[in-house]
Design a protein around this ligand. Structure first.
Ligand code: C2E
Ligand code: CA
Ligand code: CA
Ligand code: CA
Length: 276
């Protein structure tokens, strides 16, 4: 009788239970994968569309399970954040990307920026600045070739902490970009207060660029906003020549996307760079 009356409710909790169980399983699998060094980085080149020069790359995390499946970061990063694992994983990402940058520099790519994603959870951790310092010390990478990507939503969580941390990052000599710009809802007055260097136009707005719609597109507005604030601009998710040309006509020169290259393993990146 009870089940009859609250059937809907029980169904709801049972399906929720499955979800939570799956998440916990994934979390354990992720922790094991991380401990057994099964996570790795790929690098997606960033290009100056005016002359094809490679300006750097973004480091992106990959997880390949033992049975050969790839679990997309969009799925496991939230779990890593939720469980706190992202603090250790993020530190590993930072160090590994810095070591790769040092390696690239030793191969002669001395004008190469490495962009590294930093999660909100990692960023607001009390030991974050310490881990940045340590990564710089251990890798001896020149800090101005390292760029941290933070998201717009971070700007709203704890503005005081954000402003303070950004100042400290600047003192270290690293640069900061706002990732997925335009998808969050940070206010412009807020943005003005933040000491960042670059806006990264989200893929969604690049995707929106169609023929004959160059007027009034959000991508164009972001470029203008960046120019007014004295910030650099990069477009992500550029897939077609038409998008590239339209972005160039907006005065956005730097891009990342499948048109130029997918994210590449370390070896593939070296091979790719060597052919350019
Ligand atoms: P994101 O930072 O916005 O990274 C860009 C995503 O767009 C990457 O997906 C990249 O592979 C994909 N992409 C690049 N060019 C194109 C294109 O031309 N077309 C299409 N359709 N997609 C393109 P990915 O590697 O699956 O990463 C997804 C998200 O996971 C990232 O989005 C980022 O938020 C997060 N992530 C990845 N690595 C890390 C990491 O090391 N730390 C943290 N905190 N987050 C990470
Ligand atoms: Ca990013
Ligand atoms: Ca992005
Ligand atoms: Ca994105």
């Amino acid at each position: 009788a009870k089940m009859n009356r609250r059937g809907g409710y029980e169904y709801f909790t049972r399906s929720m239970g499955v979800e939570i169980r799956e998440r916990v399983l994934l979390m354990h699998a992720l922790r094991a994968a991380f401990e057994h060094e099964k996570l790795f980085l790929v690098f997606q080149p960033q290009i100056d569309m005016r002359d094809g020069r490679v300006t750097g790359a973004e480091a992106l995390l990959r997880w390949k399970t033992d049975d050969g499946r790839f679990i997309p970061p969009d799925q496991f990063i939230p779990i890593a954040e939720y469980s706190g694992l992202i603090v250790d994983i993020g530190e590993w990402v930072l160090r590994t990307a810095c070591f790769e940058l040092v390696h690239l520099r030793s191969l002669g790519y001395t004008d190469f920026q490495m962009a590294i994603n930093v999660s909100q959870v990692q960023f607001s951790h009390p030991l974050f600045m310490q881990s940045l310092n340590k990564a710089l010390e251990d890798t001896k990478v020149p800090p101005h070739f390292v760029e941290l990507e933070i998201t717009e939503s971070m700007a709203m969580k704890d503005p005081e902490l954000l402003i303070k941390t950004l100042q400290q990052i600047k003192q270290l000599g690293m640069s900061v970009s706002i990732d997925d710009f335009g998808t969050g809802f940070s206010s412009l007055s807020h943005l003005q207060k933040l000491d960042v260097d670059k806006l990264k136009i989200d893929r969604a707005f690049v995707n929106e660029i169609q023929k004959n719609s160059s007027e009034g597109s959000i991508a164009k507005m972001i470029v203008q906003l960046g120019q007014n604030l004295g910030l650099s601009i990069i477009a992500e998710g550029v897939e077609s020549e038409m998008q590239a040309n339209t972005l160039l006509s907006y005065d956005c020169h730097i891009a990342q996307g499948y048109l130029y290259s997918k994210p590449l393993t370390r070896d593939d990146l070296h091979a790719w760079l060597a052919t350019r």
